[in-house]
Design a binder for this molecule. Structure first.
Ligand code: MOS
Length: 767
């Protein structure tokens, strides 16, 4: 049995929702119901296997040896001793690694080709490009043997001067060609004139550090080559299909010679999109030893070869008249990237869409550094961008002696401020109203340092959350079977957020079936070849649109079958005269006239109908300004003597269109907010600006929030459908982190009177 077969058999047990249906007869739809995750029981029982947990016959283990210079050449690589160590099967270096083509770099407009965040060749020469770049891969019979031998590899280097200091490289910053397809610079009116016209103005600099990815499951792969030259790869990935394409490109294979599988992924947050060095090296190692290879990164390994969030510096200038109306909005940002990737993190996206101002200047620059390619990390751009902009709005409100929610209301735009498009649906003011009421905002004292509880200074803050709506054209395969069940297949990723669950709910509704009759298969690149990925909070909407199209086409096929029979109650019915309901196709205007799927198929004598259908282009995003919105409310307590900050209360009030499943959605939003608490208070990659080396590559020294750092987080929704989004739903995966750091900084200011503009807000900054 191939590794993929064994993997898919394990996964298949959990994919169909075989549980009895809990929907009551008087309830019409599953969308909107707080259903428990279909993969939950398997995870709780420990039956859900993650990449590194699979035991494959004949498996070998690989460990990466990381380089320790930021730039230069390997002058000597001592591998003799490692090669002779017990159990070692191969020590792979640039001298004996299989030829691999450099991966294509990020191009969202052509995702079908796949991509990596850097187009540097992978271990193909003695050249070193970042501290941590792999210099060798040791493969051995056991993990312990591979780890031992990896320590015996010695490298010597010829050092070249490296550009690793963000501060040092700032004078060489350049404007990127584009920021994720948007112009890097936007000018409206005359911002200097606008700044002068204001009665009150603020101009400040906001700094955010490097952040690293710390998904609970570190990146891992198992690769196995077949005799026919094809390769099977088990990958902890958010982008099954894209990664299959990229692997095919790098190894010079046809797309159908590569199979990537990921039934369960333990979080991704943007760090598991595309091809990183470890994936290619695992596959190369399996080729060298001609056996299956497992390469599971250590926590330190993730820091060395997987990029994190860029360091950033943002300048925000705001001016307003006495009544709070903005006369100018200026927001510039500088982020880091690598020449081999040129990814400009979209930190100026929020100011493009949040406030009305007659005069605006928005601009972004990048500096090129010799580091591992930085990458997406939950709401890349919007998370740090909202920290700057929403802190600045709070500063302006304070200067104006105006309530910060009122200031936002006054500057709420009627249409998109920079694109001029109408909003598809924007109920941000309503989210603020409902949130303020539930949180008890009116009880807050605006004057800083005016609430205390013993030695604890208490304060509350708000900030706007914002994340754009994304949808990609995609294919879904739908099979409706003679027993009245249906299967939806899309190569989606399930990182624990509830993808399979909400897709079953939605498909059941579209098909008029019960949820237990629908299964959703994902996480396998042999499913329809379509660039579906869990990134940019797009996946739910992307698949919804594909399912809409597939259901329509399948109903057309069923009508054709029914029409062949003179006795069919659907005889002569056109596609637009029927609907899917009660397990079959029925006339919309004569609801009792129709047939179940089972009946149509039985009478036609065919076991199933199957379609593979593409959704329409996302034209809605070109006609409308589409985004999810939210209002973050938090309360902090700051110890007067030690400066310790505790987040004591949180309420997020969101406007994300239809909430498909309040249970999984709430969990997603809470997760985002918790990540925002980390971003605001504890997380920071310590980076040696002289050597270009990450100094705290471990959870012991890089502090993500733990249970005690997180209060109860209440989440409420407008739950107003967006009629331009498929089934009314916009994205929820990333918006939770946006605005969170600003809400905390604003609450800290309210508590202490101290404004912290450089994250994280550590004790020393409040003493
Ligand atoms: Mo998200 S940062 O697009 O996984």
């Amino acid at each position: 049995m191939s590794i993929l077969q064994s993997i898919m058999e394990t996964a298949a047990q959990f994919l169909p929702d075989k549980k009895p249906d809990v929907m009551k007869a008087d309830e019409e739809t599953y969308v909107g119901h707080a259903r428990t995750r279909v993969d939950g029981p398997a995870k709780v029982r420990g039956e859900a296997r993650f990449t590194a947990e699979f035991q494959i016959a004949n498996l070998t283990h690989a460990v990466i040896v990381h380089g320790t210079i930021a730039k230069g050449k390997i002058s000597k690589l001592e591998t003799e001793e490692a090669s002779r160590a017990p159990g070692v099967l191969a020590v792979i270096t640039h001298e004996n690694v299989p030829k691999m083509k450099a991966p294509p770099s990020v191009d969202l407009s052509n995702m079908g080709k796949g991509f990596a965040l850097s187009n540097l060749p992978i271990m193909q020469s003695a050249e070193m490009h970042w501290d941590g770049e792999p210099v060798a891969v040791v493969v051995a019979e056991t993990l312990e043997q591979a780890e031992h031998a990896a320590h015996l590899v010695r490298a010597e280097y010829q050092l070249e001067s490296a550009d690793v200091s963000f501060e040092g490289m700032k004078p060489k910053a350049v404007m990127p060609h584009d920021v994720l397809g948007e112009p890097p610079e936007i000018t409206i009116g005359d911002v200097e004139k606008g700044m002068a016209e204001g009665d009150t103005r603020i101009e400040q600099v906001y700094r955010t550090p490097r952040y690293n990815h710390n998904a609970i499951e570190p990146h891992a792969n198992i690769a196995s080559w077949n005799e026919d030259g094809s390769v099977e790869v088990f990958d902890a990935t958010q982008s099954v299909n894209l990664t299959a394409h990229t692997i095919a490109w790098v190894f010079g294979l046809k797309r159908d010679q590569v199979q990537v599988v990921a039934p369960f992924v333990g979080g991704g947050f943007g760090g598991k999109v595309g091809l990183w060095n470890n994936i290619a090296l695992c596959i190369a190692a399996a080729k060298v030893v001609n056996r299956p290879v497992k390469l599971a990164l250590s926590r330190e390994g993730v820091y060395r070869v997987i990029g994190g969030r860029t360091i950033a510096e943002q300048h925000v200038g705001l001016a307003a008249r006495k009544d709070g109306k903005l006369t100018a909005l200026m927001h510039t940002g500088m982020t880091a990237t690598v020449l081999s990737g040129r990814y400009a993190e979209q930190c100026t996206f929020p100011p493009r869409h949040l406030y009305a101002s007659p005069n605006m200047y928005i601009g972004q620059k990048v500096v090129y550094l010799d580091t591992v390619a930085n990458t997406w990390m939950r709401a890349p751009g919007e998370s740090i961008g909202t920290f700057a902009l929403e802190s600045a709005m709070d500063e302006l409100a304070h200067e104006l002696r105006m309530d910060p929610i009122e200031l936002r209301k006054i500057n709420e735009p009627e249409k998109d401020p920079t694109k001029n498009h109408p909003f598809s649906s924007r109920k941000l003011v309503e989210a603020y109203r409902r949130g303020a009421e539930k949180f008890g905002w009116s009880a807050r004292k605006a004057e800083p340092r005016s609430q205390r509880d013993g030695k604890w200074l208490v304060g509350q803050g708000v900030a706007t959350a914002y994340y754009p709506f994304l949808r990609f054209p995609a294919k879904a395969r739908l099979r409706i079977c003679i027993d009245g069940t249906a299967v939806v297949q899309v190569p989606a990723a399930e990182m624990g957020m509830g993808t399979a669950t909400v897709q079953i709910q939605h498909a059941a509704d579209r098909l008029g079936l019960h949820a237990h009759q629908v299964s959703f298969q994902y996480g396998d690149s042999r499913l329809p070849d379509t660039p579906v990925m869990a990134g940019g909070s797009n996946q739910t909407a992307t698949i919804f649109a594909a399912v809409h199209a597939a259901v329509d086409e399948a109903i057309g096929e069923l009508l054709k079958l029914a029409n062949k029979r003179a006795d069919s109650p659907l005889k002569g019915a056109k596609a637009d005269e029927v609907e899917a309901r009660h397990g079959g196709v029925f006339r919309t205007k004569a609801p009792e006239q129709g047939e179940t799927y089972a009946n149509v198929l039985q009478k036609a004598g065919v076991p199933f109908v199957e379609v593979e259908t593409s959704s329409a282009m996302p034209l809605e995003t070109m006609k409308y300004s589409m985004a999810s919105y939210g209002a973050q409310f938090c309360e902090v307590r700051v110890h007067e003597e030690t400066g310790e900050v505790r987040v004591s209360r949180w309420l997020g009030s969101f406007d994300c269109g239809t909430i498909v499943n309040p249970k999984t959605a709430t969990s997603q939003l809470r997760g985002g907010i918790i990540m925002g608490i980390g971003m605001a208070l504890t997380e920071e990659t310590l980076f040696d600006e002289r050597r270009g080396r990450i100094m705290n590559p471990s959870l012991a020294e890089y502090h993500v929030p733990v249970n005690l750092d997180v209060p109860h987080i209440e989440i409420i929704y407008n739950d107003i459908p967006d009629e331009h989004a498929p089934s009314g739903a916009r994205g929820i995966g990333e918006i939770g982190i946006t605005g969170a750091a600003a809400a905390i900084a604003n609450a800290v200011f309210n508590a202490t009177g101290k404004r912290v503009r450089d994250l994280p807000i550590t004790l020393d900054k409040l003493m």
